[in-house]
Design a protein around this ligand. Sequence first.
Ligand code: ADP
Length: 175
Amino acid sequence: MKTVFENIEIEVAKGDIANQPDVEAVVNAANAELAIGGGVAGALHRAAGPGLYEECKPLAPISPGEAVITGAHNLPNEYVIHCLGPVYGRDKPEDKLLENCYRNALKRSEEKQVKSVAFPAISTGAFGYPIKEATKISFNTILAEIPKLKHLQKLKFVLFSEADLEIYKAMLAEV
Ligand code: ADP
Protein backbone atom coordinates (compact mmCIF):
# COMPACT_ATOMS: atom_id res chain seq x y z
CA MET A 1 0.00 0.00 0.00
CA LYS A 2 1.33 3.43 -1.04
CA THR A 3 0.52 7.10 -0.82
CA VAL A 4 2.23 10.36 -1.76
CA PHE A 5 2.90 13.07 0.82
CA GLU A 6 4.70 16.31 -0.14
CA ASN A 7 6.05 14.61 -3.30
CA ILE A 8 7.48 11.69 -1.34
CA GLU A 9 6.12 8.21 -1.85
CA ILE A 10 5.34 6.45 1.43
CA GLU A 11 4.87 2.69 1.24
CA VAL A 12 4.06 0.07 3.86
CA ALA A 13 4.90 -3.54 3.04
CA LYS A 14 5.43 -6.88 4.67
CA GLY A 15 8.92 -8.28 4.29
CA ASP A 16 12.47 -8.77 5.46
CA ILE A 17 14.49 -5.60 5.97
CA ALA A 18 17.57 -7.51 4.78
CA ASN A 19 16.00 -8.07 1.36
CA GLN A 20 14.94 -4.64 0.09
CA PRO A 21 16.77 -4.16 -3.21
CA ASP A 22 14.52 -1.26 -4.27
CA VAL A 23 15.90 1.19 -1.65
CA GLU A 24 19.26 2.92 -1.32
CA ALA A 25 19.38 2.74 2.49
CA VAL A 26 17.96 0.39 5.11
CA VAL A 27 17.57 1.27 8.78
CA ASN A 28 18.86 -1.10 11.44
CA ALA A 29 17.09 -1.47 14.82
CA ALA A 30 20.55 -1.69 16.34
CA ASN A 31 21.92 -2.43 19.79
CA ALA A 32 24.28 0.01 21.54
CA GLU A 33 27.37 -1.94 20.49
CA LEU A 34 26.25 -2.05 16.84
CA ALA A 35 26.84 -5.79 17.07
CA ILE A 36 25.05 -8.66 15.39
CA GLY A 37 22.27 -9.47 17.90
CA GLY A 38 18.79 -10.80 17.06
CA GLY A 39 15.79 -9.55 15.08
CA VAL A 40 16.53 -6.83 12.53
CA ALA A 41 20.19 -6.43 13.54
CA GLY A 42 20.79 -10.17 13.19
CA ALA A 43 19.14 -10.33 9.77
CA LEU A 44 21.07 -7.30 8.47
CA HIS A 45 24.48 -8.36 9.79
CA ARG A 46 24.07 -11.92 8.53
CA ALA A 47 23.16 -10.75 5.05
CA ALA A 48 25.78 -7.98 5.00
CA GLY A 49 28.66 -10.21 6.09
CA PRO A 50 31.39 -9.55 8.70
CA GLY A 51 32.60 -6.35 7.02
CA LEU A 52 29.56 -4.52 8.40
CA TYR A 53 30.52 -5.15 12.02
CA GLU A 54 34.14 -4.20 11.25
CA GLU A 55 32.92 -0.86 9.95
CA CYS A 56 30.53 -0.44 12.92
CA LYS A 57 33.02 -1.17 15.72
CA PRO A 58 34.76 2.22 15.83
CA LEU A 59 31.37 4.02 15.80
CA ALA A 60 30.04 2.15 18.90
CA PRO A 61 28.65 2.54 21.47
CA ILE A 62 25.71 4.74 20.53
CA SER A 63 22.99 5.99 22.89
CA PRO A 64 19.19 5.74 22.59
CA GLY A 65 17.86 8.00 19.84
CA GLU A 66 21.22 8.26 18.06
CA ALA A 67 21.81 7.14 14.45
CA VAL A 68 25.02 6.42 12.51
CA ILE A 69 25.47 5.50 8.85
CA THR A 70 27.75 2.89 7.24
CA GLY A 71 28.10 1.10 3.93
CA ALA A 72 25.87 -1.90 3.26
CA HIS A 73 28.56 -4.47 2.31
CA ASN A 74 26.82 -7.57 0.84
CA LEU A 75 23.29 -6.18 1.27
CA PRO A 76 21.55 -5.04 -1.94
CA ASN A 77 21.71 -1.38 -0.75
CA GLU A 78 24.26 1.45 -0.54
CA TYR A 79 23.92 2.32 3.15
CA VAL A 80 22.79 1.01 6.52
CA ILE A 81 21.58 3.58 9.05
CA HIS A 82 21.93 2.15 12.56
CA CYS A 83 19.52 3.53 15.19
CA LEU A 84 19.33 2.60 18.83
CA GLY A 85 15.70 2.63 19.92
CA PRO A 86 14.64 3.05 23.54
CA VAL A 87 13.96 -0.01 25.68
CA TYR A 88 10.31 0.42 26.68
CA GLY A 89 9.97 1.09 30.41
CA ARG A 90 13.71 1.73 30.89
CA ASP A 91 15.01 4.51 28.60
CA LYS A 92 13.07 7.71 29.33
CA PRO A 93 11.30 9.59 27.90
CA GLU A 94 10.77 6.72 25.48
CA ASP A 95 8.49 8.63 23.08
CA LYS A 96 11.06 11.41 22.61
CA LEU A 97 13.89 8.90 22.21
CA LEU A 98 11.94 6.99 19.57
CA GLU A 99 11.19 10.26 17.76
CA ASN A 100 14.91 11.04 17.80
CA CYS A 101 15.62 7.70 16.11
CA TYR A 102 13.42 8.48 13.12
CA ARG A 103 14.57 12.12 12.96
CA ASN A 104 18.27 11.27 13.21
CA ALA A 105 17.97 8.42 10.70
CA LEU A 106 16.49 10.87 8.18
CA LYS A 107 19.27 13.38 8.99
CA ARG A 108 21.92 10.76 8.22
CA SER A 109 20.14 9.84 4.97
CA GLU A 110 19.92 13.49 3.94
CA GLU A 111 23.65 14.02 4.57
CA LYS A 112 24.38 11.27 2.01
CA GLN A 113 21.70 12.54 -0.40
CA VAL A 114 19.81 9.26 -0.10
CA LYS A 115 16.77 9.02 -2.41
CA SER A 116 15.02 6.01 -0.86
CA VAL A 117 15.03 4.48 2.61
CA ALA A 118 13.33 1.54 4.37
CA PHE A 119 12.57 1.47 8.11
CA PRO A 120 11.65 -1.48 10.33
CA ALA A 121 9.39 -0.92 13.38
CA ILE A 122 12.20 0.25 15.68
CA SER A 123 11.95 -0.81 19.38
CA THR A 124 8.85 -2.97 18.87
CA GLY A 125 10.63 -6.34 19.10
CA ALA A 126 13.11 -7.20 21.86
CA PHE A 127 12.83 -3.61 23.21
CA GLY A 128 9.10 -4.07 23.92
CA TYR A 129 7.55 -0.81 22.62
CA PRO A 130 3.80 -1.38 22.04
CA ILE A 131 3.33 -1.45 18.27
CA LYS A 132 0.38 0.98 18.05
CA GLU A 133 2.10 3.69 20.09
CA ALA A 134 5.37 3.18 18.21
CA THR A 135 3.56 3.37 14.85
CA LYS A 136 2.00 6.74 15.73
CA ILE A 137 5.38 8.12 16.73
CA SER A 138 7.04 6.85 13.56
CA PHE A 139 4.40 8.41 11.28
CA ASN A 140 4.17 11.70 13.18
CA THR A 141 7.93 12.11 13.11
CA ILE A 142 8.49 11.26 9.46
CA LEU A 143 5.56 13.47 8.36
CA ALA A 144 7.05 16.37 10.33
CA GLU A 145 10.53 15.82 8.86
CA ILE A 146 9.62 15.15 5.21
CA PRO A 147 9.04 18.82 4.28
CA LYS A 148 12.66 19.57 5.33
CA LEU A 149 14.22 16.89 3.10
CA LYS A 150 15.69 17.79 -0.28
CA HIS A 151 16.84 14.41 -1.52
CA LEU A 152 14.42 11.74 -0.33
CA GLN A 153 11.85 10.52 -2.88
CA LYS A 154 10.64 7.30 -1.28
CA LEU A 155 10.20 6.08 2.28
CA LYS A 156 9.16 2.51 2.99
CA PHE A 157 8.11 0.85 6.25
CA VAL A 158 8.89 -2.87 6.25
CA LEU A 159 6.89 -4.95 8.72
CA PHE A 160 7.65 -8.50 9.68
CA SER A 161 4.14 -9.66 10.62
CA GLU A 162 0.73 -9.37 9.02
CA ALA A 163 -0.66 -7.88 12.29
CA ASP A 164 1.96 -5.11 12.29
CA LEU A 165 1.35 -4.47 8.59
CA GLU A 166 -2.38 -3.93 9.27
CA ILE A 167 -1.58 -1.33 11.95
CA TYR A 168 0.74 0.52 9.56
CA LYS A 169 -1.82 0.33 6.74
CA ALA A 170 -4.48 1.90 8.99
CA MET A 171 -2.06 4.70 9.86
CA LEU A 172 -1.10 5.26 6.21
CA ALA A 173 -4.79 5.52 5.25
CA GLU A 174 -5.02 8.62 7.51
CA VAL A 175 -2.11 10.46 5.83
P1 ADP B 1 14.28 -3.72 18.82
O1 ADP B 1 15.40 -4.32 19.64
O2 ADP B 1 14.54 -2.28 18.40
O3 ADP B 1 12.95 -3.93 19.44
P2 ADP B 1 13.95 -5.97 16.94
O4 ADP B 1 14.86 -6.28 15.81
O5 ADP B 1 13.90 -6.94 18.08
O6 ADP B 1 14.36 -4.50 17.40
O7 ADP B 1 12.46 -5.78 16.39
C1 ADP B 1 11.98 -4.64 15.75
C2 ADP B 1 10.81 -5.02 14.85
O8 ADP B 1 11.31 -5.62 13.67
C3 ADP B 1 9.84 -6.04 15.46
O9 ADP B 1 8.52 -5.62 15.11
C4 ADP B 1 10.20 -7.33 14.75
O10 ADP B 1 9.05 -8.17 14.58
C5 ADP B 1 10.64 -6.84 13.39
N1 ADP B 1 11.61 -7.70 12.68
C6 ADP B 1 12.36 -8.73 13.15
N2 ADP B 1 13.13 -9.24 12.16
C7 ADP B 1 12.88 -8.50 11.04
C8 ADP B 1 13.33 -8.53 9.68
N3 ADP B 1 14.24 -9.41 9.27
N4 ADP B 1 12.83 -7.62 8.82
C9 ADP B 1 11.91 -6.71 9.20
N5 ADP B 1 11.43 -6.62 10.47
C10 ADP B 1 11.90 -7.51 11.37
